[in-house]
Design a protein around this ligand. Structure first.
Ligand code: UD1
Ligand code: MG
Length: 502
């Protein structure tokens, strides 16, 4: 098989994006536009790939090299047109034989399959130049395909240079061309600047080939959206929606149940197993992986998460987290990076977690914050518990052992360890380690001061309600501490005074 060189043109400005980010770095479906094109190119197994950069070159170069370190980056100092850009790319490639595929970096829906088909057509037709074409209802701005009677392409005429008759042609140049390398090498130096725009047009190579008596081909791609570029935010969003429609459809064909495709967003790198069910309003982003029979949604955003088989994740916002098999998350849970929930575990309503390893079958069911913690297998954390990981300067870790049961409304002040099988009472503030099997209680005994409302809040609806319920107004001694609690907790002071801080 002859050599294949790919040149991706990405030096243009992309002014209409009105953004400091170079156009080709804007992303849809979780991948930049140039990333989509390079992914399609990768499937060709080309001998070399060159990306021509210019505007925003530092950003684009770093980005491209991160995507694929084998890519050669060539710099086009001045943007003198697509013909000039291809020349810069050819020089950097060092290609002398085989075929050269030239494409632009802003057609994110282009697939490797399409490129493979096009290169095969070009090769089997033994063409000097081939152009991938599309039929569009509004061809304004595109180069028009002028065909000879036999169907061969005679010329590509740019909008600015076209006659009225040529402007009426609705078959356009997608900007994706394939060349015989030897022909391209002789053609590029022969290009002349356009009288109208002053640019060197790569598309003029078609005329040169025809003049040389070489064969030219035009191959129409039915699925024209693959050749569409995004020049502004509106087009980017439209292509993003279409890409998503295709991604969601692909997963439905793979056995995923999607209740509402229109409100389901799935990035291109996401992986879903069979029999996953996705309820409305779900975004599965980044490199998220979801296992068989999992139920996601409604209204859930998972970024770079791993969800085990059979897990339920309801109204949840999670990133860089692992949710174990059969685990239960939400509703209204926030899983921040480093959350690892074990098999059959639970992170319930209004719970926030971060850097938290929650063991198999362990539960944090309600209204809690778990930061920088390890919770052992089978433990249960009471409602309204705060892992107070931050002392204002540093973060500290809390360790809870296996099968521990902690009471409601606890505060754990780390570094602290609660042993295996330990318990804590309601309202406990845990400042020191709790040994295995121990019960830790820090809240004092309950104090009851009878008649306090009537004595201290006379005439208020509160006092009236108390009176009605007890059938008495302030009795003698009301508002005083009661029984043994008086001595042990107030030292004989009137608790009402103490409590109001007087
Ligand atoms: C080009 C084609 C036109 C085709 C259209 C498809 C030419 C002369 N015209 O027109 O036939 O229908 O694309 O979208 O080729 N670029 C560089 N360096 C340059 C100039 C451009 O790298 O000096 C890159 C741009 O970043 C862009 C691509 O080449 O990705 C196309 O350039 P653009 O200026 O958009 O060409 P069009 O006028 O759209
Ligand atoms: Mg363009």
């Amino acid at each position: 098989m002859s050599e294949l060189t790919v040149i991706v043109l990405a030096a243009g400005h992309g002014k209409r994006m009105k953004s400091k980010l170079p156009k080709v770095m804007h992303s849809i479906g979780g991948r930049s536009m140039v990333g989509h094109v390079l992914t399609a190119v990768q499937s060709l197994g080309a001998d070399r790939v060159v990306v021509v950069v210019g505007h925003g070159r530092d950003q684009v170069q770093a980005h491209v090299e991160q995507l694929d370190e084998r890519v050669v980056v060539a710099v086009q100092e001045e943007q003198l047109g697509t013909g000039h850009a291809a020349q810069v790319g050819m020089l950097a490639s060092g290609a002398t034989s085989g075929d050269v595929l030239v494409l632009t970096a802003d057609t994110p829906l282009l697939t490797g399959e399409t490129l493979g088909w096009f290169v095969e057509k070009h090769r089997s037709g033994k063409r000097a130049v081939s152009v991938l074409t599309a039929q569009v209802p509004a061809p304004y701005g595109y180069g028009r395909i002028v065909r000879a009677d036999g169907g061969d392409v005679r010329a590509i005429v740019e909008e600015k240079d076209a006659s009225d008759a040529e402007r009426a042609i609705d078959e356009i140049n997608s900007g994706i061309l394939a060349f015989d390398a030897a022909f391209l090498q002789t053609a590029l130096p022969r290009l002349e600047r356009s009288q109208v725009s002053g640019e060197y047009y790569l598309t003029d190579t078609v005329r040169l080939a025809v003049g040389d008596g070489a064969r030219t081909g035009g191959y129409l791609l039915e699925d024209r959206v693959q050749t569409e570029g995004a020049n502004d935010g509106v087009q980017l969003a439209a292509l993003g929606r279409e890409l998503n429609r295709r991604t969601v459809e692909r997963w439905m064909r793979e056995g995923v149940t999607v209740i509402d495709p229109a409100t389901t967003w799935i990035h291109v790198d996401v992986e879903l197993a069979r029999d996953v069910t996705i309820l409305p309003g779900v975004q599965l982003l980044g490199a998220t992986i979801v296992g068989e029979d999992a139920l996601i949604g409604p209204d859930t955003t998972l970024t770079d998460c791993e969800v085990g088989a059979g897990a339920h994740v309801v109204r949840t916002h999670a990133s860089l987290s692992v949710i174990g098999e059969g685990a239960d998350v939400g509703p209204f849970a926030h899983l921040r990076p480093g959350t690892i929930l074990g098999k059959g575990g639970k992170i319930g309503g209004f719970v926030e977690t971060k850097n938290a390893e929650i063991g198999d079958g362990a539960k944090v069911p309600h209204l809690s914050y778990v930061g920088d913690a390890v919770i052992g297998e089978g433990s249960n954390i009471g409602a309204g518990t705060i892992f107070a990981n931050y002392d204002g300067v540093k973060k500290h870790r809390t360790t809870v052992g296996k099968y521990a049961k902690t009471g409601s409304n606890n505060t754990f002040i780390p570094p602290v360890t609660i042993g295996d099988g330990a318990s804590t009472g309601g309202g406990t503030v845990v400042r020191d380690d709790v040994p295995p099997g121990a019960l830790a209680v820090s809240a004092g005994p309950l104090r009851v001061i009878e008649g306090w409302a009537q004595a201290k809040r006379p005439g208020t609806p509160q006092a009236e309600a108390a009176e009605a319920a007890t059938g008495s107004d302030a009795p003698a001694g009301a508002g005083q501490t009661y029984g043994e609690h008086e001595e042990s907790h107030t030292g004989g002071r009137r608790v009402g005074d103490a409590d109001t801080g007087a």
